[in-house]
Design a protein around this ligand. Structure first.
Ligand code: ZN
Length: 347
């Protein structure tokens, strides 16, 4: 689909309203059950669709209001996983140690997961709609393997069920399917061995736009500490972008605002749409439109303007709702400002 310059979108998640779940928490428990919970989720999604439209965003999401967590919200609908059999695992290369469920038999997807919720969002906005799914490598880093024996084989099994879900989402009218792969910034060798092949398998046969989001995580303490160990320049993308550029995934979402990523690494993605993170999710300070436009400008040194979208660094879920709203407004206004500047001369 053709866009004006710098279409604005978000990486995915937005805060849950206080009447849906406890604010400013990842994994916040729901405040309702059953039909009341579904109705509350739908109301929350409607609020965020409206606020994204008001902010002038072009490609909207449901704000992930229907799921408690971006990985488990998908996995809990699959069979082959024993949720009682917990295994202690240091995920993201021991950044967090958590009890994870265990795969005990072949992974299957007996029914649609996010499709009816996506159809609800589709029915309530005329703008483009993006739905996010966890990528196969990131799922494999969130579950223990008691069945497949090789992580690469387990990733391919998850890729197959992700592909079933992605095709159903596309059929429901979703314009962009984005796979979230924060693990790509951690296991760079495996990304090239099997991470990108698994991602391509998850996206096989899709005719809608496809994206991969690779970030340095939410602004939670474990991530802030990890980033302090990464040195003056964060060059993780350098190892993985060449394989992504050769892949069939159309868009790559990366961090730029307030990060130490050298934006020259964008040169490694000459054939992709670039979702430039212009909103820092690890800070409650709200960007000005001028700052957003300046971050877009710094990316334009390395990519044609026709290939650049304005995005957030990651999800906004853990932030206070008012801060997230203000950041959405800054994103929309900053993209509009850049559009005005770069459209001069009739381009
Ligand atoms: Zn992210």
């Amino acid at each position: 689909m053709s866009h004006s310059l710098f279409p604005a979108t978000i990486a995915g998640s937005l805060p849950k309203p206080a009447w849906l779940a406890e604010p400013e928490k990842l994994w916040a428990p729901w405040k309702h059950e059953g039909a009341a919970l579904q109705a509350a989720k739908e109301d929350a999604a409607l609020v965020w669709l409206k606020l994204q439209e008001d902010a002038g965003l072009d490609i909207l999401t449901d704000g992930e209001q229907f799921r408690m967590h971006f990985v488990h919200g998908f996995m809990e609908h699959l069979t082959g996983i024993d949720w009682q059999k917990k295994t202690k695992m240091g995920i993201r290369n021991n950044r967090y140690v958590v009890d994870v469920p265990t795969v005990t038999s072949a992974i299957q997807r007996p029914r649609d997961v996010h499709v009816s919720d996506a159809a609800f969002a589709r029915a309530h906005t005329k703008r483009e709609l993006k739905i996010t799914l966890p990528g196969p490598m990131t799922i494999c880093d969130t579950v223990a393997d008691g069945h497949y024996g090789r992580r690469a084989d387990m990733a391919m099994a998850f890729a197959d069920v992700l592909n079933q879900e992605a095709r159903a989402l596309q059929a429901a009218g979703v314009d962009v399917i984005q796979f979230d792969e924060p693990a790509f910034n951690v296991f760079m060798d495996e990304v090239n061995d099997w991470g990108v092949p698994a991602l391509e398998r998850a996206a096989a046969g899709l005719t809608c736009a496809t994206a991969v989001h690779i970030c340095y995580g939410y602004g939670i303490e474990a991530n802030v500490k990890w980033k302090e160990t990464l040195g003056d320049q964060w060059r993780q993308y350098e190892t993985i972008f060449p394989a992504l550029n050769r892949s069939r995934i159309g868009q790559v979402s990366l961090e730029a605002a307030g990060s130490k990523v050298p934006l020259s690494l964008i040169r490694l993605l000459p054939d992709k749409q670039i979702l430039v993170g212009v909103i820092d999710v690890a800070s409650s300070v709200v960007e000005t439109p001028e700052q957003v436009a300046a971050t877009l400008d710094s990316a334009l040194a390395f990519a044609d303007k026709e290939r650049v979208q304005a995005c957030t660094n990651c999800g906004l879920a853990p932030l206070p709702k008012a801060v997230a709203e203000a950041k959405l407004a800054a994103l929309g206004a900053g993209a509009a400002l850049a559009r005005k500047t770069h459209s001069k001369g009739g381009a």
